[in-house]
Design a protein around this ligand. Structure first.
Ligand code: NDP
Length: 309
């Protein structure tokens, strides 16, 4: 068990966390970054990234994340493996406790713990993850140009993803478990306006069908008990995300879905000296490049906060 000290502790190792680390290192804050359960973050669950600027031929997601990690380390970030199990943000310096028993005392904290997409929990869904099953249409939709796909969910995200996919794909099925959409009227109008979206009402997914090459279809069960298959090449989940804010929620204000609330365009939370960056505070955009930008803002906010003290 050890006790470390830093001017800036960053929790999370996705694009927000590493970018915050790069900026905080260059501002001589000698940051410590705690990697968390999934080093590299959500991106490491996908394959090729084609929409991160600077890589005209796309880049392997794991390679991108390990390059960000390397860059942060080269600039002086101390990287700790481990998971934060408890935090005391009642006074500065703040104290954060790790699963191995270590403690870190920090003048400022940047929470960049991300969010995880919810999945249905079907074994077939797990089997084809990355082979036709995806929880991000903006990331993976491009690979289904001219093909037929399905989107599960009836909220704003599902409507947005379905509308985006409709611009690329031949046909988009929306699999909705009730007889109405939860989404806002504006989003519902967008879905209606697309000529190639068909809503399969009161349907639940029984199984994702596929072979060695990936997804080939989906087996659905309607509320009346009818079981039927649809041929598809891509199966997109849009049933919500879970922000990883639990360990800090005793101290930090969150919205009704658990996203950390930040002050306007800044990364400031309700606790002075604690900042939030990336998907843990962003239900809207959820893109690697947006998270990276917000990590940069959080590091600059932390630096300015320390200068003001
Ligand atoms: P929501 O929680 O709003 O919607 C989730 C959808 O998935 C619901 O239709 C829900 O069905 C369905 N669902 C949940 N679990 C299952 C399951 N196990 N099987 C089948 N269907 C399931 O999540 P969103 O991600 O859509 O939105 C989150 C927040 O972000 C919202 O506040 C939303 O307004 C906001 N947002 C806004 C956008 C915008 O304005 N441009 C874009 C994206 C998100 P049911 O309705 O039956 O519960």
């Amino acid at each position: 068990m050890s006790k470390k000290e830093t001017k800036c502790l960053i929790v999370g190792s996705g694009p927000a966390g590493y970018t915050a680390a790069i900026y905080a290192s260059r501002s001589a804050l000698s940051p410590i970054l705690v990697e968390g359960l999934q080093p590299g973050g959500q991106l490491t669950t996908t394959t090729v990234i084609e929409n991160f600027p600077g890589f005209p031929n796309g880049i392997d997601a794991n390679e991108l994340m390990s390059s960000m990690r390397q860059q942060a380390e080269n600039l002086g970030t101390r990287i700790c493996s481990g998971v934060v199990t408890k935090a005391d943000l009642s006074k500065r310096p703040f104290t954060v406790f790790l699963d191995g028993g270590d403690e870190i005392e920090a003048e400022t904290v940047i929470v960049a713990t991300g969010a995880t997409a919810k999945y249905l929990g079907l074994p077939s869904e797990t089997r084809f993850r990355g082979m036709g099953v995806s929880a991000c249409a903006t990331c993976d939709g491009f690979f289904y140009r001219g093909k037929d796909v399905a989107v599960v969910g009836g909220g704003d995200t599902a409507c947005e993803e379905a509308s985006y996919l409709a611009s690329l794909c031949r046909k988009v099925y929306m699999i909705v478990r009730r007889n109405e959409l939860r989404a806002s009227k504006a989003m519902q109008e967008r879905v209606k306006a697309a000529g190639n979206i068909e809503i399969l009402w009161e349907c639940n997914t029984q199984e994702v069908l596929g072979d060695d090459m990936g997804v080939t279809g989906v087996r659905l069960v309607r509320r009346d008990g009818e079981v039927f298959d649809k041929k598809i090449d891509g199966f997109f989940l849009a049933i919500g995300h879970h922000p990883a804010s639990d360990v800090f929620s005793e101290w930090l204000e969150t919205d009704e879905n658990g996203y950390i609330v930040t002050d306007g365009r800044s990364s400031k939370t309700n606790v002075e000296g604690v900042f939030a960056a990336g998907d843990v505070q962003d239900p809207q955009y959820r893109q690697a490049v947006a998270a990276a930008g917000s990590g940069c803002r959080a590091a600059l906010d932390a630096e300015r906060f320390l200068l003001s003290k």
